[in-house]
Design a binder for this molecule. Structure first.
Ligand code: ADP
Ligand code: TPW
Length: 590
């Protein structure tokens, strides 16, 4: 069953005096496997069941790594972040209807975040589904996937598997990357075709993510604008991290001398400790900058849409007066929120290289007043942060716990840092410095809860190194059962739950005085560490920074699956973390 070809019982007709020999046949299962392998896919995240159980077995038998999860959503998040980490599409494999729907959130997440991913789902009989005759797990999956994916395809015939897989790969990684849906009906898998014809039908995708070279006049327009700036600023987004143009991006930043901000998942593209980082002066540089160069970052809600008070606008929707250069692979991105004065359309590697080449050997540095003003704010804010980090309250708060994580990441800069929660996210992002590209993996564009354990598994499996997952206790709950997966594959994942007994904080009361707890709180003093122990991993309850530090150091030394339940003050934390302003009740109050 695991051979590339299977022997047919019927002998082939002898031709041209050749001796008779049995016809060699292959089937749909094998062609899917061969098509993926041919394109360098070596890892599948999924969950077995009808009609893909045998596919998972045969994938493994054919040498692919199959990572089986406890819930498809987590397999999907794993695939999405594997796509970000590697630039190859991450593959999530699910069963039909409910399994497909469980994976769909992750597919939409991949599309939203511009991560290349392919959700491959088995589906039931087309003829029965289309007549709505009540098939097992009946659902028109292709139609449902389409609005959430960059592209969606269905393969009905074994000889089209090669084309289907090739199209899915190209769609996922070319241009702006995204999520792709590939529908494989149950009837496809056992279809037999001639092995040679099957082999010839497969496509090894040539240059799946072709370079897109920017126009020379667009590059010149951007450089002219940058040269005219008195207070220039660069913003690096996760598209810049994804582009893997690390050396050229660093060269551009350093050659121009322009201060930069990193969006959350671009942290570490240049080390956060770089002297041009304006992270500690963010609220000063955004309204003050006159020319802003966006590299792989959208002017969406995470950047206050490029206007309003954050940008020095007089009111919530007013333009702050900045001029923008935007480097992006998507030509439609420019002008989505404010005018882009100098769009540079192309892949970031090519765009940044073209800018460097056109800059010539020397480039004027930004005015000293601008750099000095930023340095002054930075020094002040860094000192303020150091003061907060040095405090040792009992119980711990976010700062005292994250001060430990900050030190551990500094000592282990190649560890992956997975991060979700509200306060647990915002404080980690601002307190824990990153030193290497594509190491910080977080909630992304939607601020979605639930990415935690799926990301952690993918980082360990695909990245092949130590993972630290800093989780709010609510955030962890969305994917907590995957600690079994972490233990089953014996992955070097250290989960740190910043446990304040609830969503945002843990001290809310039921206003009626009734017996039901507030919708925002959990069981007090929950022993999350025992969950890891249940599956053979290491569980630690940490009530002090010293206990947290010792447990994290041991987790990294041993490489064993570890869950540290870091107990913090249940009054620590604000509603919605740093995005309180988006909360409609806060808006009403304002
Ligand atoms: P962040 O959330 O970090 O601000 P976004 O997800 O909003 O980042 O933006 C990422 C941008 O990067 C998207 O507009 C996407 O089109 C772009 N992008 C992704 N990959 C590339 C690439 N290789 N070259 C150019 N642009 C890219
Ligand atoms: C899929 C809404 C945003 S943040 C959060 C929720 C439920 C949890 C915050 O509590 P946590 O962190 O994790 O304990 P902390 O440090 O603030 O106490 N469902 C989804 N996504 C989102 N974003 C939500 C709900 C939310």
């Amino acid at each position: 069953m695991n051979d590339v070809v299977t022997q047919s019982a019927k002998p082939a007709a002898a031709a041209g005096g050749q001796p008779d020999h049995p016809a060699q046949e292959t089937d749909g299962f094998q062609l899917v496997i061969d098509a993926l392998k041919l394109n360098g896919i070596d890892t599948i995240f999924g969950l077995p069941g009808i009609p893909i159980t045998d596919l998972t077995r045969r994938l493994q038998a054919n040498g692919l790594r199959v990572i089986a999860f406890r819930h498809e959503q987590n397999a999907g998040y794993a695939a999405s972040i594997a796509g970000f980490m590697t630039g190859k599409p991450g593959i999530c494999l699910t069963v039909s209807a409910p399994g497909f729907l469980n994976g769909l959130t992750a597919l939409a997440h991949a599309t939203t975040n511009c991560f290349p991913m392919i959700l491959v789902s088995g589906s039931s009989e087309r003829e029965v589904v289309d007549l709505q005759q009540g098939d097992y797990e009946e659902m028109d999956q292709l139609a449902i996937a389409r609005p959430h994916a960059k592209a969606a395809f269905r393969v009905l015939h074994a000889e089209d598997i090669g084309v289907g897989v090739a199209r899915a790969i190209r769609a996922a990684v070319s241009g702006r990357p995204g999520g792709v849906y590939l529908d494989l009906p149950a009837k496809l898998f056992p279809q037999s075709i001639d092995a040679e014809a099957g082999k010839n039908s497969l496509i090894k995708v040539v240059d799946p993510a072709p370079r897109q070279i920017p126009a020379a006049d667009a590059v010149q327009r951007a450089l002219d604008l940058v040269r005219s700036a008195k207070r220039p600023l660069i913003i690096l987004g996760k598209g810049a991290a994804y582009a893997r143009a690390d050396a050229d991006i660093r060269a551009l930043v350093e050659k121009t001398g322009i201060p930069y901000l990193s969006m959350a998942m671009a942290k570490g593209l240049l080390p956060d400790t770089h002297e041009q980082s304006a992270a500690a002066a963010r609220s000063y540089v955004l309204p003050e900058a006159d020319v802003v160069v966006l590299i792989g970052a959208r002017l969406n809600w995470l950047l206050s849409h490029g206007k309003g008070k954050t940008w020095g606008g007089a009111s919530a929707k007013a333009w702050g007066g900045q001029k923008f250069v935007q480097i992006d692979i998507s030509p439609q991105e420019a002008d989505s929120n404010v005018r882009i004065d100098a769009p540079v359309v192309g892949d970031i590697g090519s765009c940044v290289a073209a800018m460097l080449a056109a800059m010539g050997p020397s480039w004027p540095q930004p005015p000293a007043e601008w750099l000095d003003a930023i340095a002054e704010r930075r020094t002040k804010n860094v000192a303020k942060m150091a003061e907060s980090l040095a405090k040792d309250p009992s119980p711990m708060n976010y700062h005292s716990a994250l001060n430990v994580v900050r030190d551990i990441v500094k000592a282990n800069p190649d560890a992956f840092l997975v991060n979700e929660g509200a306060n647990a996210l915002d404080f980690t992002r601002s307190i824990v410095d990153m030193y290497q590209p594509r190491k910080r993996l977080d909630v992304g564009t939607w601020g979605v809860m639930g990415i935690g354990m799926g990301y952690a598994v993918a980082a360990a499996v695909v990245g092949g190194g130590q993972v630290i997952a800093v989780e709010g206790d609510s955030a962890f709950g969305f994917s907590g059962m995957e600690v079994e997966t972490i233990c089953r594959y014996n992955l070097p994942v250290c989960v740190v739950i910043l446990n304040n007994n609830g969503v945002y904080r843990g001290d809310e009361k039921n206003p009626t005085g009734g017996a039901d707890p507030s919708p925002l709180v959990f069981v007090k003093g929950a022993r999350y560490e025992k969950l890891m122990e249940a599956f053979g991993g290491v569980g630690v309850l940490a009530a002090t920074p010293a206990e947290l530090r010792a447990a994290m150091e041991e987790a990294i030394r041993s490489g064993r699956p570890t869950l540290i339940n870091a107990v913090i003050d249940e009054r620590a934390g604000t509603e919605s973390g740093r995005i309180t302003s988006l909360n409609p009740s806060a808006k009403k109050k304002a």
